[in-house]
Every structure is written in C-alpha cells, then in structure tokens.
Write a new protein. Sequence first.
Length: 390
Amino acid sequence: MNEPVNPDPARGPAAARRRWLIALAAVVAAAVVAWALHWLLVARFHTTTNDAYVAGDLVAITSREPATVLAVHADDTQSVRHGQLLVEFDPARAQVAMQAAEAELALTVRNVRAQFARVDQYEAQLAAARVQLAQAQEDSRRRAASAEGGAASAEEIRHAADAVTAARAALRAAGSELGQARSMIEGTSVDDNPAVLAAIARLRDAGITLSHMRLTAPVDGVVARRNVQIGQHVAPGTPLMAVVPLAGVWVDANFKEDQLEDVRIGQPATITTDMFGSRVIYHGRVLGLGAGTGSAFALLPPQNASGNWIKIVQRLPVRVALDAAQLREHPLRIGLSVTVQIDTRDTSGPLMSPAVPVADTQMQPEDAAPEADRAVARILAQGKADAPPR
C-alpha cells in the first residue's frame, strides 16, 4: 500500500497568500514613498482651491437723455465691436434744439459784428465832435476879439461860449459811447468774443444731446442683461444693457487663510474649469490679495465679540490674471467655476501690489458733437464772409 505524498509547502495556499500580502505591502509602501516624494518635491509648494470663479467687468449701457427707443440693434449673447450701434432714440427734439442753437449762434455773430461796427461809428462821431469843438472855440475867440472893437455884442459872445460848452459836452458823450462800445469787444475778435463763445457752448451742448440719440458699444465684448424694448420711453440713467469684455476676464480664488502663508504677487498659477475639464489648462499669475475676507465686507458682518463665539476659518479672495491668448482660443464666461493651483516655490515676490499690474478697462469715447463743430465752423466762416471791410 502506497503512502500519501506530502505537498510542497512552498506551493500551498498559505504560500500564495503570503506572496499576495508581500506584494500588497510592497504596493502600499511604494505608494507611501511616492506620496511622500510628491509632497516633499511638489505638493508642499502648491496651494489649491476649487472655491474660485471667473470674474470680469460689466460695462453698463445707459441712457443719457430722456428719449423714446426707436431701434435696438443688439441682443443677449451677441458679440459686438467697439463703436457698433446698439440703440437708437427718437432724435426729433434734439434736432430742433440743435437748429435753435445754430440760429442763436448766427444771431450772436451778427450782433457782435454790429458791436464792432458801432465802434467805428462812435470813433467817427468822436472825430466829428472834436472838429465841432475846435470850430466852436475858434468862433468864440474870433467873437471875443471882435468885441474889443465893438463889432460883436455881449449876447453873441455868450452864444459862442455856450456853443463851446455844448461842443465839449458832445465830445465827452461821444468819448463815453466809444469807451462803452470798445469795452464790449476790447481784446477780442468775433471768434473769441464772450457772447459768441457762450453761443458756441450752447450749440455744442445741443450737439452732444443729439449724439446721445445713438448709443454705441464702448468696448469689444458680448451683450448681456438686455432689458430695453422698442417704443420704451427711458429716463436718464436707465440701464439698457451691458457689454462684457470677455477678453479681459480674471479669476477670483477664495483661499483659506491658512493657505496664504507663501502666496506672493506674481507667482504662476494653473487653472482648470468645470466647463472644459482637464483637457484645457489655463496659465495665469497672481495679481493681488483682497483687502479683507468675504465675511468682513458682507452686508451683515459677523459680530465676533459676542459671547457665543465659534472659530471659523476665513477665506481671502486672490485675484489671478489669465493668459490672453488662451482666452481668445477658449473664451470663459463670468461666474464659471474653476479650480486654481498656485505654485508657491518662489516667495521673493511682494505681499502687496506696488502698482496696478494690468490696464483698466476704459471706454473709448467717440467725438461727442461732430455736427456741432461743423456747424460752428460754417457759421463763423459765413460771418467773416459777410463782414464789411474795415
């Protein structure tokens, strides 16, 4: 009878289990070592938050004058360029005011020209008054000489003296009128006379009002918040729509206060969005840290001096600029959720921004009243052409 053969202990179930445990322990050890190396070399030099959102400017398009809407040329989600027509108002009243201002300027130019002409007139009257005074004085001397020989009576001599007095009074009156006329135009021409300048200002004001009947896009962007309708009568300051310049958006990342120890201005950051996922990674840099936490600027800030106090870790907004080329390739919208990771290895940067690191979004105003300027030039030129030679 054959005896049973004992199995090889190195090939039994226990041995297999032991090998699996050794392999698992090796994998765990490798993972721990990898995580430790990652933390030592990478993770401890980065700070991350997903409490971050895309932010940007909203350029308000508002009415500057009371007017009625005639046409709306842009709608929500539409891209517009700087200078593109957005809204038209009824220009009837503004055109009438413009015409009235033109007529007022033309009349003022004529009145000023008349003042210059009156100066010439009073100068001539003054010269005539001098001649009359000289004649009266000569006649008085002649009669006084004739009186010595008895050729002139006392009454004639008295009449001659009265004529001299009257001529002197006429000379003083002519001089006073000339001085008054000169004071209205002294040191000026028709173009820079105060009355003409005031009329020009009123004409330009009317031209500005007329130019406000057409609202154009002040910046490149996308239309949002359109709430204006055709036929609507709007008051000054009524918000009609907004233009969002998406080429200049940024990210506001709310980091916990214990994450900010090594955050500095200018540090590089990587941003991923929920919209595009990890396939699109944006690159940016830290522009600055907020002046206070969100709770400090809330409408109802917390009263931490109360008796029932619980410590809560606060968050501070950190602004991160985005790469313009990446924004053109993959535009972002305001309010989108993002995840921000800041590389904090280089801590040589400042803790506060020394100056504004990026240019402000600025409106590029059009010429406010080109029609008014053309009307002013035309009326002044016409006034010079109609003026008589001096």
